[in-house]
Design a protein around this ligand. Structure first.
Ligand SMILES: [Zn+2]
Length: 97
């Protein structure tokens, strides 16, 4: 993780850096190009630096979290108790007295 890496979120990830993209071994990383305002880019860069990670990794993790919220369990299998509602698929408590 260096400053150059943090500055390259919208630059090409070379195949040689694929071990740093969260992909499985042997899986080639795909490039994602995004445009962001200078203000957003600076905030992401600063937040990544504060967490001791690269901006690329910071953006990947944020996107993975958002994708998980959008795609994973939507609590369609709730068990309803008078004091608590529990998702039988993911175990989340969606309501508690
Ligand atoms: Zn759930």
């Amino acid at each position: 993780m260096d400053n150059l890496d943090a500055a390259m979120v919208n630059e090409v990830d070379s195949v040689t850096r694929s071990s740093n993209t969260g992909t499985e071994a042997g899986e080639q990383a795909k490039q994602v190009l995004i445009r962001a305002s200078e203000a957003s880019r600076e905030r992401w860069k600063e937040a990544a630096a504060r967490q001791g990670t690269s901006m690329s990794e910071f953006v990947r993790e944020a996107a993975d979290r958002a994708a998980s919220e959008a795609l994973d369990c939507t609590h369609g299998n709730l068990r309803i108790y008078p004091w608590r509602h529990i998702c039988m698929d993911c175990g989340a408590t969606t309501w508690q007295k």
